[in-house]
Ligand binder design. Structure first.
Ligand code: SF4
Length: 381
């Protein structure tokens, strides 16, 4: 059984105006103090993985983990190898802010064992970057991408956001074409979502955010799928596209309900044990996290065993995010009943409405349902 590991680094150069992630720009501790907390937790939890598990992926997310020094990243990789049997061919991803790296640092990350970069590009337009409150420019993105290639990274993913305030379809098309010009191995494409408690939510409340409407937003999504397919990218998940052989192994584990352990303030974990699964999460506040691990306690604040019904629902609303869908055979093997037996009424409605289809032993979203996926998922909850 393969295990995935996630390391949360909750510090950023500045807080983006749309961001609701667990991240702060004014760190209450030094990077070394936070690193010490992470190393302690990595050692504390090593009793927990399933028997015989080995880590197949390690993902540094945030926040802005590229603010870590390469030597600090190396120490975490060493700890993952020591306590979780990190595989020799493990996918090791680092989320990277284009404004927070230098050529020396990128080369040192590569030497430390990082073999995949996820570059938080979001837009190639300086005006949109300013609107979003990002701490980098389009020129820095181009520089970071080129430098990452020179440093030996042959697996680079970039993130883009569409449906930005005032964005037209033509502007989005330009973004896509600039992204394709860089020729990354992987692209994640998200529509801007307005999250409670962010500066964008306040602006929206005041009617000061000119967002594309639902129809325009759907057109942007469809355009992305079309343009990226024309450039040889396979859409393997609602928002993710990859060259053959370059799907994110780490994120695929989330959609397939594989076990993962998250370390750091606010990190979430999931273990396929007991039967239906256990979900737990760490305290979000950095000070509380450090205090707990410093006292030798696990920083877990919430923990819940799933019911069989919840596990079945998760299997569908996570698995249906994947283009290939959910294997009928695997569902039956895991839960001893068919998807139709478990969700008869919902399935009948969704098949009749043309939102779900069954093919080659899989149930999957239809093309039109990808834009309406939340309407589908809610039927299984
Ligand atoms: S860089 Fe990412 S985590 Fe940090 S504030 Fe911006 S969106 Fe949030």
């Amino acid at each position: 059984m393969t295990l995935s590991l996630y390391i949360h680094y909750p510090f950023c150069l500045k807080k983006c105006r749309y961001c609701a992630f667990n991240s702060v720009s004014d760190a209450p501790c030094s990077p070394d103090e936070y690193l010490a907390g992470l190393l302690t937790e990595l050692e504390q939890r090593c009793e927990m993985p399933e028997k015989g598990s080995a880590a197949g992926t390690l993902y540094f997310g945030g926040g802005t983990p590229s603010l870590l020094e390469p030597s600090q990243v190396a120490r975490i990789i060493e700890a993952a190898a020591k306590y979780y049997a990190l595989a020799a061919d493990a996918e090791i991803t680092l989320e990277c802010n284009p404004g927070a790296v230098t050529s020396g640092k990128l080369a040192a990350f590569r030497a430390a064992g990082v073999n995949r970069l996820s570059l938080g590009v979001q837009s190639f337009d300086d005006e949109f970057l300013a609107v979003l409150g990002r701490a980098h420019s389009a020129a820095e993105t181009m520089g970071a991408f080129r430098t990452a290639r020179e440093a030996g990274f042959d697996n680079i993913g970039i993130d883009l956001i569409h449906s930005l305030p005032g964005q037209s379809l033509a502007q989005w098309q330009r973004e896509l074409s600039q992204a394709c010009d860089l020729n990354p191995e992987h692209l994640s494409v998200y529509g801007l979502s307005i999250e409670e408690g962010t500066p964008f939510a306040l602006l929206e409340e005041k009617g000061a955010l000119l967002l594309p409407d639902e129809e325009e937003s759907a057109c942007m999504y469809e355009l992305a799928a079309k343009v990226l397919a024309a450039h040889g990218y396979e859409q393997y998940e609602i928002a993710n596209f990859a060259r053959p052989g370059f799907r994110s192994r780490h994120n695929s584990g989330y959609w397939l309900r594989r076990s993962y352990l998250g370390f750091g303030a606010g990190a979430h974990s999931f273990l396929r044990r007991p039967e239906a699964g256990l979900r737990f999460s760490n305290t979000e506040k950095v000070e509380d996290y450090l205090a707990l691990v410093g006292r030798g306690c696990l920083p877990t604040v919430e923990s819940r065993n799933l019911t069989r019904e919840e596990a079945m629902a998760e299997c569908l609303f996570l698995g249906l995010r994947l283009t290939e869908g959910v294997s009928l055979e695997h569902f039956r093997e895991e839960f001893s009943l068919s998807i139709q037996e478990a969700f008869g009424a919902a399935c009948a409605d969704l098949f009749a409405g043309g939102l779900l289809e069954m093919r080659d032993g899989f149930v999957r979203l239809t093309g039109k349902a990808r834009i309406l996926s939340n309407q589908v998922f809610v039927r299984f909850i």
